[in-house]
Design a protein around this ligand. Structure first.
Ligand SMILES: [Zn+2]
Length: 281
């Protein structure tokens, strides 16, 4: 959560319209739904100078305080990533090695999962702006560095943004900037929730994490962002989270006093979206 007192009202990051209707509130911030394009975004939001460089590159600021906690990769999470990537990339990967850059690599979870998915000889690397996380990943043998995106001059067959999108104050500009990192014809792999497809924040399956999360797209808005930035989406894998296990976890969180909505299984329109988009210009 920000400690800055300065907040500024902003126009829709997708269509620049200023008219919006209330959507959700959390931590003293409001998320509004653009009446023009349907994007959900935080406004007013922390001033640009307090949205750090780290956030622009996809850093989850609220995790900064958790760094003293020893991170242990969840085997279950790794297995889930591995299975989903294997399924979604089945048509993409042949025998030939590929190059892959993971932006906002965190503790290197995706990289670790991908090692068993991509062909032998592939080059995978990650960038994580928070040095302590990158060091943690390296200590486990995962190639994660903390250099800035501006320092990366290579281009890659695949570039991934896993749960980075919602942290971007200006997703369009960010996507246009990282296009150079995807080789022409290469693939952007983007994972985010479809929050903007929910009428109200009440049906969002977890905390909104305002204002660390600044933007919530749905399929129409994500398609528009990608096309404007020179990518053509060609595969959309949607996974629901509102399983009975999720509902039980939400109930437990509620019982220990966390401000999470209670969910009934298989009722929510929320989906975790995994997009594949080709660089087309
Ligand atoms: Zn809009």
């Amino acid at each position: 959560m920000t400690t800055s007192a300065a907040s500024v009202a902003v126009a829709c990051p997708l269509c620049d319209q200023r008219e919006a209707s209330p959507w959700g509130r959390e931590n003293g911030y409001s998320a509004v739904k653009c009446i023009g394009c349907g994007l959900v975004y935080v406004s007013p939001r922390p001033a640009d100078d307090s949205i750090s460089e780290a956030t622009r590159t996809g850093q989850h600021r609220h995790e900064a305080g958790a760094l003293s906690v020893v991170y242990a990769p969840s085997r279950r999470k790794l297995a889930r990533y591995r299975a989903r990537m294997r399924r979604v990339l089945a048509q993409e990967l042949g025998q030939d090695p590929v190059s892959w850059l993971d932006i906002g690599a965190g503790f290197g979870e995706l990289i670790e999962a991908l090692r068993d998915v991509v062909p032998a000889g592939s080059r995978i690397r990650g960038i994580e702006p928070m040095a302590a996380k990158a060091a943690h990943a390296r200590a486990r043998g995962l190639p994660v560095t903390s250099e800035s995106l501006a320092q990366v001059s290579d281009s890659f067959d695949f570039v991934s943004l896993i749960n980075v999108f919602s942290h971007l104050p200006d997703p369009g500009a960010f996507l246009a900037d990282i296009r150079r990192l995807v080789r022409p014809g290469g693939t952007l792999v983007l994972m985010t929730g479809n929050g903007a497809e929910l009428d109200r924040a009440e049906s969002y399956p977890d905390r909104l994490d305002l204002p660390d999360h600044l933007v919530f797209a749905g399929r129409p808005q994500l398609d528009a962002f990608l096309r404007e930035a020179g990518f053509e989406p060609y595969a959309r894998d949607l996974v629901r989270l509102d399983t009975p296990v999720w509902a039980a976890k939400a109930l437990v969180k509620k019982l220990v006093g966390q401000p999470v909505p209670l969910v009934l299984p298989y009722r929510s329109r929320f989906r975790d979206m995994l997009y594949l988009a080709r660089r087309v210009r």
